[in-house]
Ligand binder design. Structure first.
Ligand SMILES: [Zn+2]
Ligand SMILES: [Zn+2]
Ligand SMILES: [Zn+2]
Ligand SMILES: [Zn+2]
Length: 354
């Protein structure tokens, strides 16, 4: 591919592709009950399109097999598109973001089923087979949703509202969430017996939200069905003293009892457990530190014998120091003398290019 110039294509290739992907998925979902065979075929077409979309976003040549690299033919649709395996490989090698193993497995299942549907004649599909198709699509859908709204969030941003709409439709019909929940029920029951706690998920509505106390008063939850996740800390309202109020990551605080609000700028003081801050004993405090999870400046305070970022609520058991600017940070300080941290340019940034 090195012969091809690195010039970026206008966004339209990508946009057209994504619109097609949404079309195929919407169609597949509407056919699930009435025409399962066509649903399988259209669903896989949708999956394949989304898989290739980040490649097209980077450069159209990434979805074309090497011997067919001709823009005119590409525009005419006269080209051989890369295979499923090659698309997965190119996501990893050309874009440096390999597909998650569980996603690849889920997509591959749909692909093989699609091939069976296309190559062998199926006269009818019974209820049991229909349930299997539904589960297969459910697993692929949640992986695809994570691929689109998390891994490739920036690229797919212009389509966020359309994905949300599809998600809402699906949740209302409870098509996929229920199917996937049922397939996980044994595992969830087993975990419950082992003392794990599950709650209703705000994302998909099933009770597959696994809730854990990471350290005292810091709660993390992750849904086994839809991958929704969040973090919150429990604290007392600074105005009325009401205990066990929740502060959710990336949000500001509002007391459920008295309505008292704490703005983002004051969250640090609300969560911080350093008892000597601002006094003469504060000299060797290593906070506020910078968060390398969410790239916030001076957002990390002392918390439960460790540290927590008051923006993303990630917990850290130790801090390091940038070897160039000396600011405490949550990430690794290796190479920071030369290259700097998120908030400085290091030695390299302070000398001329040559
Ligand atoms: Zn969920
Ligand atoms: Zn209050
Ligand atoms: Zn953070
Ligand atoms: Zn620095």
């Amino acid at each position: 591919m090195s012969k091809i110039s690195a010039k970026k294509e206008p966004a339209s290739d990508f946009e057209n592709l994504v619109r097609n992907g949404i079309d195929f998925l919407t169609k597949a979902i509407s056919q699930l009950e009435s025409e399962p065979k066509h649903s399988v075929i259209n669903f896989y077409t949708g999956v394949e399109i989304f898989l290739k979309a980040p490649l097209v976003h980077e450069h159209w040549t990434l979805v074309v097999v090497d011997r067919d690299l001709n823009r005119q033919n590409y525009e005419a649709g006269d080209f051989l598109s890369v295979s499923f395996d090659d698309a997965c490989t190119r996501l990893a090698t050309a874009l440096n973001k390999p597909l998650q193993k569980t996603a690849k497995e889920a997509f591959d299942k749909v692909r093989k089923h699609r091939n069976r549907m296309v190559h062998f004649y199926h006269s009818g599909i019974n209820g049991k087979q229909k349930e299997a198709i539904k589960l297969e699509q459910a697993q692929a859908w949640f992986e695809l949703n994570r691929f689109i709204t998390d891994t490739w969030r920036e690229e797919f941003k212009p389509f966020q509202s359309e994905f949300r709409r599809m998600e809402r439709d699906l949740i209302n019909n409870n098509h996929y969430a229920k199917a996937k929940f049922n397939s996980l029920k044994k595992k969830i029951d087993g975990m419950k017996n082992g003392g794990h706690v599950f709650e209703d998920c705000p994302g998909c509505g099933t009770s597959a939200l696994h809730v854990e106390e990471e350290v005292e008063d810091l709660i993390t939850s992750a849904c086994l069905v839809c991958f929704h996740s969040d973090k919150r800390v429990k604290l007392d309202c600074p105005a009325c003293g009401k205990a066990n109020q929740s502060l959710v990551a990336y949000e500001s605080f509002e007391c459920k009892k008295c309505g008292h609000k704490v703005s983002d700028d004051d969250l640090f003081d609300l969560i911080d457990q350093n008892t000597v801050r601002g006094t003469k004993d504060d000299l060797d405090s290593d906070t506020p530190a910078n968060c390398d999870e969410c790239q916030s400046y001076h957002s990390v305070c002392e918390y439960q014998e460790g540290y927590v970022c008051t923006n993303c609520l990630t917990y850290f058991d130790h801090l390091e120091k940038c070897e160039w600017c000396n600011d405490p940070m949550t990430g690794s300080s290796a190479d920071t003398y030369a290259l700097g941290c998120e908030h400085c340019d290091g030695y390299a940034g302070n000398v001329g290019d040559d």
